[in-house]
Design a protein around this ligand. Structure first.
Ligand SMILES: [Fe+2]
Ligand SMILES: [Fe+2]
Length: 248
């Protein structure tokens, strides 16, 4: 039994790709086939795969059904975290998605999933991504303050959702946590954030995140150990479409 994770599949069986890099870069060519083969060769039905957001380019559920069927057909149990592009997933209607797709797929929102003596907790998260103003040498000298204010409100809401997930797991008796965020836990200006603080407050063992894809962005946030917590980026192109093993 093992726990794996990967994010940013950006599937498009019934919809249009809306990113230039995904249309042009080699790493994205038949990426769904590369992932399927990797999963079939390394995973069994006893394993669990967490999909860390940005599952589909479809805007409505009807445009995502084949993408979700593809995920459903991967081996093992699948847990989905919401990404910023997952427009088919309205937080308030998470219950309906679970009714439709469980037991094969579990949509994790304001809830947790058990994995042995660990609880899988998480939410989409949020990080401020600018726009930043740069000087002639490319150094950041300011940023869009209105956008930053908006970002702060989104961060606050996501923190409440993350806390709800931790608290439910805690109330159910769990004391060991693996925390998932779609967005990186910090933005490019931060060394810590309210998300890393919450991971430390609850004693999460690992923080797994995605969203940063394209080589330029692989180092946007924390990689490796910080204050006793392991931070790991699992965006699909970063992992070259081979899920990362998170726990045995
Ligand atoms: Fe993405
Ligand atoms: Fe994203």
């Amino acid at each position: 039994m093992a726990l794996y994770a990967i994010g940013d599949l950006h599937l498009h069986f019934q919809s249009e790709v809306r990113s230039k890099s995904q249309r042009r870069e080699r790493i994205w060519k038949k990426h769904e086939e590369k992932l399927r083969k990797a999963c079939l060769s390394m995973m069994t039905e006893d394993d669990t795969l967490v999909l860390v957001g940005d599952h589909s380019w479809g805007k409505k559920l009807e445009e995502c059904e084949q993408d979700l069927e593809y995920i459903k057909a991967l081996p093992g149990r699948k847990i989905l975290i919401r990404g910023n592009h997952d427009q088919f997933w309205d937080v308030k209607k998470t219950g309906r998605l679970n009714e439709k797709y469980q037991p094969e797929l579990s949509f994790l929102q304001d809830s947790f999933e058990a994995y042995g003596d660990h609880a899988i907790v998480g939410t989409k998260g949020f990080t401020f991504e600018g726009p930043f103003y740069l000087d002639g040498r490319g150094r950041i000298i300011g940023w869009d303050e209105e956008n930053e204010e908006h970002a702060e409100r989104l961060v606050e809401r996501e923190l409440q959702r993350l806390r709800a997930s931790f608290e439910l797991a805690k109330a159910a008796g769990y004391r060991r946590y693996i925390m998932f965020l779609h967005y990186p836990p910090t933005n490019i200006l931060q060394r810590q954030s309210a998300f890393t603080d919450m991971a430390e407050e609850y004693g999460a063992e690992k923080v797994i995140y995605a969203h940063s894809h394209g080589e330029m962005r692989f180092h946007d946030s924390i990689l490796g150990e910080m204050n006793g917590i392991e931070y790991q980026l699992v965006s699909g192109d970063y992992l070259r479409w081979t899920p990362a093993k998170i726990l045995e």
